[in-house]
Design a protein around this ligand. Structure first.
Ligand SMILES: Nc1ncnc2c1ncn2[C@@H]1O[C@H](COP(=O)(O)OS(=O)(=O)O)[C@@H](OP(=O)(O)O)[C@H]1O
Ligand SMILES: [Mg+2]
Ligand SMILES: [Mg+2]
Ligand SMILES: [Mg+2]
Length: 321
């Protein structure tokens, strides 16, 4: 098996981060702090990034990590109490740590793309996390311009498998596996097979401003999907497609933010999880997503994730609209 060590270390780190996130949701009503771009961040986003970056920096000191968060704001004197809070939660999972350790680990995620690097979203779907809905912890390894390993932890996802909290893992060429996030047997998953009318569903974001819901509905209809969309926060949507619970995930550019560019950490782990389950991931023009040039996918617009068999049809519907 390829990337055995990478997968083992990354999976353990994501599981530990998931434990921290669920502890935060259980022990307090997480408050949103506002970042400079006005988007929310919580103590759990910071704690999750600290735990995962620590593990990666120790196991693979030469690998940069391109993470969503950095500790600049947390290091401000007026944020002392917040930093103390983050440190307490990290301690709860890992034992003795100092606030300086925590900010240093978080800032390990300030790397830039290289020949080999990781990309991390410590909490994807922070708004979902705050609402008590879906969120994901998303980590992927990119090497020589391609996704090689993806770990997608979805602590609140169920999909009717009997245990809440699912972990998806994928290694290039070796399939996608799903297991309870608390630990347990992994089983291989596959995307929706042609003819499975019941699972011919589509998923999209909860936040209307992260996509174009009316256009997404029109495209889904055009390819024969008659059921209403299932709205779900975070890359848990990729998990739903990989596990064959939905055939399509549409994320078309929001008319409100025409200049928005998708970030690699919002899609990398999900993309390899879906591809290795037999699905296809491109932008709205059918171009492969560029996970290796920069943190922002400057040359891609929108994201289309499918079971593969309906992808060409979706592209035609998009062209026509
Ligand atoms: N305008 C716009 N268009 C597209 N995407 C955007 C936009 N603004 C923000 N974001 C990113 O959306 C990430 C969350 O996406 P979701 O699919 O989980 O959305 S939702 O939570 O269901 O609403 C969210 O990731 P997190 O910050 O990790 O939560 C953002 O990176
Ligand atoms: Mg965010
Ligand atoms: Mg995100
Ligand atoms: Mg995030």
């Amino acid at each position: 098996m390829a990337y055995e060590t990478e997968l083992a270390i990354a999976q353990k780190a994501v599981m530990a981060a998931a434990q921290l996130c669920e502890t935060v949701r259980r022990d307090m009503v997480p408050e949103a702090m506002e970042k400079q771009d006005k988007s929310p961040v919580t103590v759990a986003d910071y704690g999750s990034q600290a735990i995962i970056c620590k593990a990666l920096s120790e196991a693979f000191p030469g690998d940069p990590v391109v993470g969503e968060e950095d500790a600049a704001e947390l290091k401000q004197p007026e944020m002392r109490d917040r930093l103390q809070q983050v440190t307490q939660f990290v301690k709860g999972v890992m034992g003795t740590v100092t606030p300086e350790d925590v900010t240093q680990w978080i800032d390990h995620g300030n790397g830039t793309p290289a020949k080999r690097f990781w990309t991390l979203d410590p909490i994807d779907g922070t708004k979902g996390f705050l609402r008590g809905d879906q969120y994901a912890i998303a980590l992927a390894l990119i090497e020589d311009g391609d996704l090689k390993v993806g770990i997608l932890g979805c602590p609140a996802l169920d999909l009717g498998y009997g245990s809440t909290g699912l972990l998806f893992t994928a290694v290039r060429g070796e399939g996608t596996y799903m297991q309870p996030i608390a630990g347990g047997d992994a089983k291989q998953v596959k995307v929706v097979q042609p003819g499975d009318a019941e699972r011919l569903r589509f998923v999209e974001s909860v936040e209307a401003s992260h996509g174009n819901q009316s256009e997404q509905e029109a495209v889904a209809k055009a390819v024969g999907i008659t059921q209403a969309s299932v709205r779900m926060d975070s890359q848990a949507k990729y998990g739903a497609v990989a596990a064959g619970e939905a055939a399509l995930y549409l994320r078309l550019p929001s008319p409100k933010y025409p200049d928005y560019r998708e970030k690699i950490w919002d899609h990398a782990a999900g993309a390899i999880v879906v591809e290795e389950a037999g699905g296809k991931v491109t932008d709205m023009y059918g171009k492969p997503l560029d996970f290796y040039s920069a943190a922002k996918m400057n040359d891609n617009r929108g994201v289309v994730v499918s079971n593969g068999t309906i992808h060409a049809e979706v592209m035609s519907a998009l062209q026509a609209s």
